[in-house]
Design a protein around this ligand. Sequence first.
Ligand SMILES: NC(=O)c1ccc[n+]([C@@H]2O[C@H](COP(=O)([O-])OP(=O)(O)OC[C@H]3O[C@@H](n4cnc5c(N)ncnc54)[C@H](O)[C@@H]3O)[C@@H](O)[C@H]2O)c1
Length: 441
Amino acid sequence: MAVPPRFSALERKIKNKSARIGIVGLGYVGLPLAVEFAHAGFRVVGIDLDERKIRAVNAGTSYIEDVATSTLKPLVKEGRIRAQSTYDGCGKLDAILIAVPTPLRKTKDPDISYIVSSLDAIAPQVRPGQLIVLESTTYPGTTEEVMRPVLEAGGLAVGRDIFLAFSPERVDPGNRVYQTKNTPKVVGGSTPWCTKAAALLYGQAIEHVHPVTSTQSAEMIKLLENTFRAVNIGLVNEIALMCEKLGLDVWEVIDGAATKPFGFMRFYPGPGIGGHCIPLDPHYLAWKLKTLNYSARFIELASEINGHMPEVVVRRAGSMLNAAKKSINGAKIFVLGVAYKKDTGDTRESPALDVIRLLQEEGAKVSFHDPYSTSIRGEDGRVERGSPLTPRTLSAADLVIIVTDHSAYDYRSIVRHARRVLDTRNATRGVTAGRGKVEKL
Ligand SMILES: NC(=O)c1ccc[n+]([C@@H]2O[C@H](COP(=O)([O-])OP(=O)(O)OC[C@H]3O[C@@H](n4cnc5c(N)ncnc54)[C@H](O)[C@@H]3O)[C@@H](O)[C@H]2O)c1
């Protein structure tokens, strides 16, 4: 197969690091990616509509926990990374990687409007020799059915003049071992030359690249990964509900099963799921399959069970208060942790927000603390500020609920000072004194 001349030119620029890279969307995915490419020796332009992020990046200040300011600042100073709030100059870039949000609509249908609007801004500037990669999680077919026609509308052919690929981001915020650089990168192009171009680019900055034969396969790989998590979390949450009925300690059951050295993988029950991935991504797949007249039953069931967990937490809170001749109505409840995940400040889709809202609806006076997130925004848009975590605030509460098991918490002290504790994460497992005050999910 003859090498397209545009490919050879791009290949040279990638190999000698003169390729200019644009990253659209400087969030949890885009900023760490920009840093890796800058470390690899490329010049990176970040494009984001959020002016605060643009100012922060250009000042060398990070707003993402996984990127230290001490890492970002020198790269900005050396001119390796800069940020802008417009798409001006996109035509001068050699590769454009798109990492914009892909939320769900209220109906749980995919909202790919951010992809579409960034594409609308890029398409008029597309020129021969460019590589465009979508990183945002989406349903199988988005790259081919939505992106390709827009990019080819001006007469350029994908695979010959320009190169198009999908490469799912797998970043696991807060993970100290696996970060952008050492998490293998799946790459699937619209044509074999597209796959080669994208694999070559990522290979400069990421330790291991895994090429696949199509964009659809790459899109599906990401959805399998996140559906696998959502379904297994749903399963273990249901096991927790079963254990409650049977009077068993689900944590002991999981620990016991995990002694089997093969064929079992630990998942943990909890107050529900959150973040931008696990609660959302499987619905992208379910939606796509609905258009093909197929019902994604595991996804629906897992979503139902996981979505019900905040109510389970509130029911358990009610029975703990009831046992003390109190009711949720009027009780002072102190929620510890509002982020969806330990050691991060990300409250997107966090089950803590549902727990707090449900408790408030039942008349509780709820306060909260989170070392990474000092305020939250309710459904009505009202901002609520966190409370300090002190012996006094702990002992003043009728019930303390551990919703997020941040490592920074001193669980011994929490149990010592609280009157009663509902531990939804088994975070107090190492605490022996005051055990009688603690109930686990
Ligand atoms: N956060 C994660 O852990 C994670 C992991 C893997 C995959 N993903 C996927 O990656 C994608 C991005 O997620 P994220 O967590 O980085 O989101 P994010 O909200 O942190 O960042 C997205 C950024 O895009 C910007 N943006 C929105 N519309 C834009 C536009 N038209 N032009 C330029 N910038 C625009 C926003 O201002 C924001 O800064 C999503 O599809 C998500 O599902 C996220």
